[in-house]
Design a protein around this ligand. Structure first.
Ligand code: AMP
Length: 213
C-alpha cells in the first residue's frame, strides 16, 4: 500500500497552503485528497452526495462518518501514488476506519490560534476552480475579485461566515483534535508544526523536511 500523509489542524490552519506550496516544489507525484473539495464539487453537480453533505456543511458540522468513509477508504487503498490527505480523518470513527483498513499514516498537525483562523476566514476568497486568495496582502488576486488562473469571479465560502467558523472550531475541538492522541496510541507518527502567519517560512521548511524524510 502507498504511504498516506495526513494534514490535520483547525479549519483555516493553512493546511491547503502548505500542501500546495510543497507540491509546487517537489518532483514526486502525489494524489491529493481533499474531502472538502470533493464535497463542494458534489454540491456543484447537485449529486445525491452533494445534497446530503450540504445540510451539514452549511451549519459547520461534519458529514457523517458512514458517508465519508465510503467515499475515501477504497480510493486510499487502491491509489498508485502516495496520498496527501487534507482533512481526512476528522473523527475517531474515520481514524478507526483507516486503522481497520491497515493504513498506517504519518500525521502533520498544523497549529494556529483561534484568532488567526477567524481572521483568515474573514480574508479568504475562493474560486470555483479551486484557487484560494486573500483580501489582505498575503495572496491577493492580480485583478480584484478575479481569479488569476481561470478569470472567473471570486467569492466567499458560505462556511467562512463568523458564526459558522466558531461552530467549525467547536467541532474541531470536540471531534477532530482527539484523533491526535488516538493515532499516537496506535503508534502513528504525529509531527506538529506551528503555522501562524509569522511562522510561515519556518513552517514551510519544517513541512518539506517531514515530507522528504
Ligand atoms: P474543508 O474544506 O476541509 O474545511 O471542509 C469543508 C466542510 O466539508 C467541513 O466543514 C465539513 O462539513 C465537510 N468535511 C470535510 N472533510 C470532512 C471529513 N473528513 N469528515 C466529515 N466532513 C468533512
Amino acid at each position: 500500500m502507498q504511504s498516506v500523509i495526513v494534514l490535520c489542524g483547525k479549519p483555516g490552519a493553512g493546511k491547503g497552503t502548505r500542501l500546495n506550496e510543497f507540491l509546487k516544489e517537489t518532483d514526486k507525484k502525489y494524489k491529493v485528497l481533499s474531502v472538502g473539495n470533493l464535497l463542494r464539487e458534489a454540491r456543484k453537480q447537485n449529486t445525491e452526495l452533494g445534497k446530503k453533505a450540504a445540510k451539514f456543511m452549511d451549519k459547520g458540522l461534519l458529514v457523517p462518518d458512514n458517508i465519508i468513509n465510503a467515499i475515501v477508504i477504497d480510493g486510499m487503498k487502491k491509489s498508485k501514488e502516495p496520498i496527501l490527505s487534507d482533512g481526512y480523518p476528522r473523527t475517531i470513527g474515520q481514524a478507526q476506519a483507516m486503522i481497520d483498513a491497515g493504513i498506517n499514516p504519518i500525521i502533520i498537525d498544523c497549529e494556529v490560534d483561534d484568532e488567526v483562523v477567524i481572521q483568515r476566514a474573514k480574508n479568504r476568497l475562493v474560486c470555483d476552480c479551486g484557487e484560494t486568495y486573500t483580501t489582505d496582502s498575503f495572496k491577493p488576486p492580480i485583478i480584484e475579485g478575479i481569479c488569476d488562473k481561470c478569470g472567473k469571479h471570486l467569492h466567499r465560502r458560505p462556511d467562512d461566515n463568523p458564526e459558522v467558523v466558531k461552530q467549525r472550531l467547536d467541532v474541531y475541538r470536540s471531534q477532530t483534535e482527539p484523533i491526535l492522541e488516538f493515532m499516537q496510541e496506535h503508534n502513528v507518527e504525529v509531527h506538529t508544526i506551528s503555522n501562524g502567519d509569522s511562522d510561515s517560512e519556518t513552517a514551510k521548511k519544517q513541512f518539506a523536511d517531514i515530507m522528504n524524510s
